[in-house]
Design a protein around this ligand. Structure first.
Ligand code: NDP
Length: 301
């Protein structure tokens, strides 16, 4: 049986570290603040936003939720984002995706100030992390990395999975998971292959993987015979079925061949929310730094 990589436990460790940082920020007069925007009544989105809000409350981050009708005009949404961009007590702005039809996602995401883009989806922030050489530099620079891929990297590293020199295969090429996790694995010196719906001989490619990341959105798609003996399998998928939520990996049979695996639920999901808290705290730390720099200019110390 494989080792279960416990996302909930790792997320708790990170949140405990964050609580200490947030207490320090508060002592310096800064409370990290996150604004979430939910447009429409998508039930899954409502759950995600509720979970994000309560995760903030649990560790001392101020949060405010803006719930808008699905009939709202794109211009009104852009206006709200603009207001939040200017609000000094808001360090992060999150627009829950997907947006209703008629609202252009790219336009909305690029309206968020790159300095408050805690989801890491703004072109500016995507460009920054694509240009950075190594994962450790990205961490040192405290870039806003997209939350799900960032969470996967932290899970791997905190579980002592060797990334450097490994062969990594990513199933899926979306902008929010597939492409960025491939880039992050590359920046940590893995040799990376990205697969998609047009990949031929998929099984031949996935069975080479030392690290296999599945992010395609098809329940139990990854079968035992697609996985190399001793691989580490990261299941990003969230598929709502009658029996509950299942991942993209056929968990029980794959568990027999791999060395380590993330469960669904309790794997990547809790890490994604936690990395949002990390990015929001990072943004608040930048605010404190700017405040201190301003004071030092005024008082010339
Ligand atoms: P998308 O639908 O945007 O992308 C799916 C990708 O899978 C596409 O690149 C697609 O290829 C590829 N794909 C589809 N079918 C196949 C196939 N038969 N063989 C190979 N590749 C295929 O999904 P997301 O990246 O947004 O999400 C993926 C999953 O991860 C979903 O279940 C989602 O709910 C979940 N998710 C979970 C998160 C978490 O926090 N745990 C966060 C975000 C997402 P092509 O490009 O050719 O169409």
């Amino acid at each position: 049986m494989a080792e279960i990589i416990d996302g909930k436990k790792i997320a708790t460790e990170i949140k405990d570290e964050l609580k200490i940082e947030i207490e320090g920020l508060k002592r310096s007069g800064i409370t990290p603040g996150l604004a979430t925007i939910l447009v429409g009544e998508n039930p899954a989105s409502q759950v995600y936003v509720r979970n994000k809000t309560s995760a903030c409350q649990n560790i001392g981050i101020y949060s405010e939720q803006h719930t808008l009708s699905s009939k709202i005009k794109e211009g009104e949404l852009l206006e709200l984002i603009n207001e939040l961009n200017k609000k000094p007590n808001i360090d992060g702005i999150l627009v829950q995706l997907p947006l209703p039809s008629g609202i252009e996602e790219k336009k909305v995401l690029s309206a968020i100030s790159p300095d408050k883009d805690v989801d890491g989806f703004h072109y500016h922030n995507v460009g920054r992390f694509f240009c950075e050489k190594s994962y450790s530099e990205m961490k040192r620079e405290e870039l806003f990395l997209p939350c799900t891929p960032f969470g996967i990297m932290e899970m791997l590293l905190r579980s002592q999975v060797k990334i450097e020199g490994s062969e990594a295969v990513v199933l899926g090429r979306s902008n929010i998971v597939g492409k960025p996790i491939a880039m992050l694995l590359l920046s940590a010196n893995a040799t990376v292959t990205i697969c998609h719906s047009k990949t031929s001989n998929l099984k031949g490619v996935t069975s080479r993987a030392d690290i296999l990341v599945a992010a395609i959105g098809i329940p139990c798609f990854v079968k035992k015979d697609m996985v190399k003996q001793g691989a580490v399998v990261i299941d990003v998928g969230i598929n709502r079925m009658n029996e509950g939520i299942v991942g993209d990996v056929d968990f029980a049979p794959v568990n027999e061949v791999c060395r380590a695996i993330t469960p669904v639920p309790g794997g990547v999901g809790p890490m994604t929310i936690t990395m949002l808290l990390v990015n929001t705290t990072t943004s608040a730390k930048r605010r404190l730094k700017m405040k201190n720099e301003k004071l030092s200019t005024i008082f010339n110390f």
